[in-house]
Write a new protein. Sequence first.
Length: 135
Amino acid sequence: MRLRKLLAMLAVLAIIAFAACGGEEAEVEETQEETAEVEETEVIDPEEDVQPEMTEEEKLVYVMENCICPQCPSWVPEAAEKGEGGYCAVGVSECIVDEVGCICPDCPVTEEMGLEWGYYCTRGSADEMMAEEGE
Ligand code: SF4
Ligand code: SF4
């Protein structure tokens, strides 16, 4: 009778030990799956432009807010009175006629928009310049 009880206890212990080993394996498998998931996650290139494309309206607001034309030697007070600026986007000025220097290359808009020209106030917008080059 004692021997039977002892055997039964041993059997129970063996089952518990087996179950414990199986659990560890399952944990290891789970960890491997998680690692694989992390490896599959998309790698974002910091050089890539992650900003969504601006609408035309947003572009115009950005240009007007960042335009440095009022600091330019070609700028005239009448242009300020008329609320002008952002000529690279809107085209020629109604007031500026003399080209006595252009600081567009130093403007943040030039870099942000990839502009290559200047004197937009007297020669036309960036789109017009591009179109002229294409002719
Ligand atoms: S690039 Fe020239 S015209 Fe365009 S926003 Fe800058 S300063 Fe103004
Ligand atoms: S477009 Fe160029 S030249 Fe004309 S006001 Fe602006 S910075 Fe000066």
